[in-house]
Write a protein that binds this ligand. Structure first.
Ligand code: ATP
Length: 236
């Protein structure tokens, strides 16, 4: 059984059909990448999985349970955590306070301490800047903070929306390395990226979206080698 199964998902904004009957699945332990041009519907799919948008039709099944009608906090509690596009860290709050916000469902002190330790290990730079205002971090550090905040809830499935967007090349490589390391530690990842080359290179499997529909799917290597994908998304 897949960890997450999205079936015939349709999502509208008023009269705009942003997602038109999309189906895909994610197995435990995988990195699955969704690639596609601006406006293909990627962010809409992510927000619908995390409960921020409600589908017009279709189902989202997580660990055997339908979640498409559940509210966002319940979905986080079930083990799905999202890192939004543009990071949305809380400026005016310290790095530590931002991380605490990611653990808002945890009442257990020890569990909270464990979460902090795990995040410090993954992102040593955050530990060095705990009391610093989050707004003063570089773009790459802010992305790490957004990822660290999502990891504070100890998710089983991490949803990443364009983590490399707007970052300097050196940070881009680091972020992709971190995504791979997160997978290696046992967290399943759904990755949305404009940087299709890198996203497919680290993906077990991928789906190509256009105009709210899945146009192609395969292993990361298959999609990277596909001529249509190369022409449309890999600049070749
Ligand atoms: P991007 O990389 O730009 O985020 P995307 O593939 O994630 O692109 P979506 O943001 O999901 O695409 O957008 C899918 C479609 O829905 C687009 O046509 C977009 O214009 C439209 N859309 C997105 N958000 C809204 C909104 N709040 N109101 C109306 N239309 C929207």
């Amino acid at each position: 059984m897949a960890m997450l199964e999205v079936k015939d998902l349709a999502v509208n904004y008023g009269v705009i059909n942003a997602v038109k009957g999309v189906s895909f699945e994610i197995n435990q332990g995988e990195i699955v990448s969704l690639i596609g041009a601006n406006g293909a519907g990627k962010t809409t799919i992510l927000k619908t999985i995390s409960g921020l948008l409600k589908p017009a039709s279709g189902t989202i099944t997580y660990e055997g349970q339908p979640i498409q009608k559940q509210k966002a906090p319940k979905i986080v509690a079930a083990g799905i955590s999202q890192v939004p596009e543009g990071r949305h860290i809380f400026p005016g709050m310290s790095v530590k306070e931002n991380l605490q916000m990611g653990a808002f469902l945890q009442s257990n002190r020890q569990s909270m301490t464990d979460s902090f330790e795990a995040v410090y290990q993954r992102f040593p730079v955050l530990k060095e800047r705990l009391d610093q205002d989050a707004a003063t971090l570089s773009g790459g550090e802010q992305q790490m903070l957004a990822m660290g905040r999502a990891l504070m809830s100890k998710p089983k499935l991490l949803l990443l929306d364009e983590p490399s967007m707007g970052l300097a090349p050196i940070f881009i490589n680091e972020i992709f390395d971190i995504v791979e390391a997160i997978k290696e530690q046992g967290t399943t990842v759904l990755l949305i990226e404009q940087n299709a080359k890198k996203a497919l290179a680290i993906a077990d499997r991928g789906y190509v979206l256009a105009s709210g529909e899945v146009k192609m799917s395969g292993t990361g290597a298959e999609l990277l080698a596909n001529q249509d994908v190369q022409k449309a998304y890999l600049g070749g």
